[in-house]
Design a protein around this ligand. Structure first.
Ligand SMILES: CC(C)(COP(=O)(O)OP(=O)(O)OC[C@H]1O[C@@H](n2cnc3c(N)ncnc32)[C@H](O)[C@@H]1OP(=O)(O)O)[C@@H](O)C(=O)NCCC(=O)NCCS
Length: 203
């Protein structure tokens, strides 16, 4: 029985106060994989494995309505100053109820607690992120991700996702800073050596 929200409820009202985002634990892995991989099967998200989820479970926050997982999202750190919002998914029957917003705001709060200056995402729904204070940026301005996760993405050569960013601490962020990629970092992916652009900390 779903206590707070019924499938198909429309977004006419605010999220019920009983719906809260909390940090994920191991027992969330199976439902999170089911939710993400259902979207991955449609080419909307990257698929995730049980191994990856176990390794990164501390990145994840989840929202339940009763026993039903209605949303999940992750905050992944890439540098001391920026992190990525990823694996964001709302159960198809529970969209447009403010759950996506609740998740992103929880991840943004977490990012602020870790003193990140900005968070970013790759997405097919920039309009959603725009409603949450993100702006589109050149994908080349973002660190690491494109050369890491994307290496195993089937769309690596023809990616059509849009990069969006939300600055959390403007006082630590100078205009155009995201574009500063004066240094590179070498990462070993199996036998592959990859050059990764990094965002320079402000001096
Ligand atoms: C994108 C997604 C997370 C949105 O979650 P949601 O719970 O339906 O979104 P919310 O109800 O919190 O919407 C927040 C705001 O964004 C808007 N919005 C949501 N989805 C939107 C879309 N596809 N296009 C434009 N605006 C959208 C809402 O109208 C709302 O606007 P408001 O400021 O007027 O209230 C959800 O549709 C989803 O899981 N999609 C499939 C997976 C995916 O694409 N994930 C993103 C990977 S980066």
């Amino acid at each position: 029985m779903i206590s707070a929200l019924a499938p198909g409820d429309t977004g006419e009202s605010a999220v019920p106060s009983s719906l809260v985002a909390r940090k994920a634990v191991m027992s969330d892995i199976a439902p999170v994989i089911e939710l993400i991989n259902a979207y991955a099967a449609k080419g909307i998200m990257l698929p995730r494995t049980e191994f990856e989820l176990s390794e990164n479970i501390r990145d994840f926050s989840v929202i339940y309505s009763g026993r039903t997982l209605v949303g999940c999202g992750a905050l992944h750190f890439y540098s001391p100053t920026v992190g990525e919002v990823r694996s964001l998914a709302v159960h198809p029957e529970f969209k447009s109820n403010g759950i996506g917003r609740l998740l992103v705001e929880a991840l943004a709060t977490e990012a602020e607690q870790y003193l990140l200056d900005a968070i970013w995402a790759f997405t097919y729904v920039p309009e959603f992120f725009a409603r949450l204070g993100f702006s589109e940026v050149e994908r080349g301005e973002l660190p690491l991700k494109a050369w890491k996760d994307c290496l195993r993405c089937p769309k690596f050569q023809c990616c059509d996702e849009i990069a969006v960013m939300r600055v959390l601490r403007p006082e630590h962020w100078s205009p155009g800073r995201a574009g500063q990629q004066a240094e590179s970092l070498v990462q070993i992916e199996g036998d592959t050596v990859v050059l990764l652009p990094v965002i320079q900390p402000r001096t």
